[in-house]
Design a protein around this ligand. Sequence first.
Ligand code: UD1
Length: 348
Amino acid sequence: MAKNILVTGGAGYIGSHTVLQLLLGGFKAVVIDNLDNSSDIAIKRVAELAGEFGKNLSFHQIDLRDKASLEKLFSSTNFDAVIHFAGLKAVGESVQKPLLYYNNNIIGTINLLEVMASYGCKKLVFSSSATVYGWPKEVPCTEEFPLSATNPYGRTKLFIEEICRDIYRSDSEWSIILLRYFNPVGAHPSGYIGEDPRGIPNNLMPFVQQVAVGRRPALTVFGSDYSTKDGTGVRDYIHVVDLSDGHIAALQKLFESKIGCEVYNLGTGKGTSVLEMVAAFEKASGQKIPLVMAARRPGDVETLYALTDKAENELKWKAKYGIDEMCRDQWSWASKNPYGYGSADSTN
Ligand code: UD1
């Protein structure tokens, strides 16, 4: 029998790509999403891309803070595991509106965990972030590095990790995998699903793609005086399809062994600078990206990349794609969908 997976935030960027990989991997997926920062068009496209497996996907517009709706769902459906993506993720906004972030991310998660526990569903994969390494003393980051957060968004990730560790300590029936994502970019190679942030993008590649399609005049490069190869910030960019496959590997692990509460980095282990990423995108797209060099962005770290040995050894997962493929697929999505899932007059 196909395993049935609840995916919170499954209409979002990483969620939608993971749902597709789940369906193609023979799982059934039930997506819940409040559609605050996502579109149900993504769900429809995932179902189409999944072909005959599309019938194994269902969607409910539910906010995790609406516990009654969550309970109703669990009372009518048996879930073998949950992948929990749902959450707000804009660092700057979290500084302005900390309570919104604590309310949405923490309360939503506590509701989910309570309902899971009361229905005996105790297998969880959670979207954590490399942001929990703060400004690391050295790179690459291993899972044992000390944890810290520099903003409310990062603190929600850190607190939820701690909540998960406490839950497992209190009840060893739980099996939890915390995945610390580095910098997910790119899109499904079909160019049919991809990232579509509301408003001005905070992250590098969504901004670059909006410059490429003429929605923004230039990319502002935050800092060119770092002690890096070309002075710009270095990150571990990972293709979103590789990242999604990491979730399937994590699920397999939950089903195959008694894992406790474990954490894994999902990255490529390679550091790429802002200027290298822009150059790769220009090559893939044939578009010139005008640059405006500016001051460092407050809170940014200089260099962050992962040691990926733990995931390779224990999850038998390794990223396959490099930055050329990431940029190729990002451009395929951008050029086919210059306004994401919306249209020119519905998006800014
Ligand atoms: C950011 C968040 C991190 C979060 C992650 C989610 C900050 C400080 N960090 O990570 O907490 O988990 O997104 O995806 O916001 N850059 C530019 N111009 C831009 C945008 C970015 O030069 O318009 C540079 C940044 O300075 C950085 C690199 O591009 O060197 C990557 O930035 P970004 O995509 O925002 O990711 P992170 O800062 O790594």
